[in-house]
Design a protein around this ligand. Structure first.
Ligand code: SF4
Ligand code: SF4
Length: 444
């Protein structure tokens, strides 16, 4: 059992500019042992003007605000996260807006504070999600030295990336992004790529994936579908023209999956595929959108306000401020627990009867504004895409899960495909002859 934190809280707090609320002890019922905070030190402020960015509109929540996290708020965030996590590894995550607008000094100090507040044996992982356009050698050196994991937003080759990812003057951003990425690579910074999938790049899955893998050297890729709900009186489920269509999303995932299976399984980590394998193994997927319930990932605004989730930064989901109430108390609050359980409890009957519910769980509630075939509300807009994708990978996932259960690497699935007789049904369960299905890729 963990010892009462008061012993170190008192000691550590002397190093911080303000004491802040004490950690509730004993831990409140329902408090998660591990959780994630997405801290936005510049709030919604960014140096770019990406067409689909939902953050930019969020600045209206704080009219006249400076959108710069104070040192006192940074200290409270770091201290409260470190003292309330039960596991040995703790992530201090920074996101935007564009967090590098805070300047390097802010992050140097944040690392110092984290070191000061770290419990013996606690390992720190600093992460930073950035558009990479403001990085220079000094930044890259710092990020490498402190072991940051940096997420870079890239939507594919320049002609696709620059469709929506533009600066305040509407100019292409890819030259600066690639320069920033080059700096990270030269300095040996650990990085991954976050790629949003939208109307402009959704029809180019292989072009996008191969570019990220081959030109950007990405070994960890996260694809995020852009869904912008734009309801009108006559059409409550309408979406913006930038939104990826459900069938497009499904096809995108399927094509990337097949490319990954043929060439990269075991070498490149694609978050959605890893989550799927976990689900087929009966394990937690590690990604909130595919989990049964959520609520353990809150968003922290520049002024200390804490919201239920980064996708629900609005007055109805404001849990409180970490200068008044400890993060752990906010996470354990009945309101936040309910928020997380609603992900499962409010699923429409159509989802509850779905054969891939165990892998999909209705994805993110923010996208649940479509009608189910039986007319009931609350179906995920991307449902058709997810159904197609999860059905497509079912056979392969079963094989991979069986390998993992035997203590063998999932990548051995290629050997399973290669050993299947050419004229027998493919082991993936497609019904095709092996030589026309995965037998082809496996023999390449
Ligand atoms: S609302 Fe969506 S993004 Fe937020 S925690 Fe839940 S599943 Fe994740
Ligand atoms: S695939 Fe569709 S029906 Fe099935 S759980 Fe996902 S959103 Fe619901």
């Amino acid at each position: 059992m963990a010892s009462a934190p008061v012993t170190f809280v008192g000691r550590r707090d002397e190093r911080l500019s303000q004491p802040g609320p004490a950690m509730p002890w004993p831990r409140p019922a329902g408090a998660p042992g591990a959780f994630h905070v997405m801290a936005k030190p510049t709030g919604a402020i960014c140096n770019l003007d990406c067409a689909y960015c939902f953050y930019l509109a969020k600045s209206e929540l704080y009219p006249g605000g400076r959108f710069r996290m104070s040192q006192a708020t940074m200290e409270q965030y770091v201290r409260q996260v470190l003292e309330s996590q039960e596991g040995p590894e703790v992530t201090i995550a920074w996101q935007g807006g564009e967090p590098t607008l805070m300047g390097l000094g802010f992050f140097r100090r944040a690392v110092e504070v984290a070191e000061a507040c770290r419990r013996p044996g606690q390992r720190l992982l600093h992460t930073l999600q950035t558009n990479a356009t403001l990085l220079n050698d000094e930044w890259a050196e710092f990020l490498a030295q402190k072991g940051f994991l940096v997420g870079v937003s890239i939507d594919g080759p320049p002609e696709l990336h620059d469709t929506y990812r533009v600066d305040k003057k509407g100019r292409a951003t890819s030259p600066k992004v690639l320069a920033g990425l080059g700096l990270l690579r030269r300095h040996g910074v650990d990085y991954n790529v976050l790629c949003t999938v939208h109307a402009a790049n959704a029809s180019h899955p292989l072009e996008v994936y191969r570019y990220l893998r081959d030109d950007c050297g990405a070994r960890f890729v996260q694809f995020i579908p852009i869904v912008e709900h734009a309801p009108s009186p006559g059409c409550p489920a309408a979406v913006s023209p930038r939104t990826v269509r459900p069938e497009q999303w499904g096809r995108f995932l399927i094509e990337v999956f097949e490319e990954w299976l043929a060439h990269d399984v075991g070498q490149v980590f694609v978050q959605a595929f890893d989550a799927a394998l976990a689900s087929w193994l009966g394990l937690p997927p590690g990604v909130c959108v595919f989990a049964e319930t959520c609520g353990n990932a809150v968003a922290l605004e520049h002024n200390g306000d804490v919201y239920s989730c980064d996708h629900f930064v609005d007055p109805a989901h404001l849990l409180g401020n970490l200068h008044d109430r400890h993060l752990l108390e906010l996470l354990a609050s009945e309101r936040q627990r309910r928020f997380g359980q609603d992900k499962r409890d409010l699923l429409p009957g159509y989802c509850k009867r779905c054969d891939v519910l165990f892998a999909c769980w209705g994805e993110c509630p923010k996208n649940r504004f479509a009608l189910a075939p039986d007319g009931s509300p609350g179906l995920n807009f991307l449902c058709a895409g997810y159904k197609a994708f999860f059905h497509h990978i079912d056979g392969t996932m079963r094989l991979m899960a069986a390998l993992v259960r035997q203590g063998r690497p999932a990548a051995e699935v290629k050997a399973v495909f290669a050993s299947a007789p050419r004229n027998s049904p493919c082991p993936c369960g497609s019904g095709e002859k092996s030589k026309y299905c995965h037998g082809v890729a496996a023999s390449q």
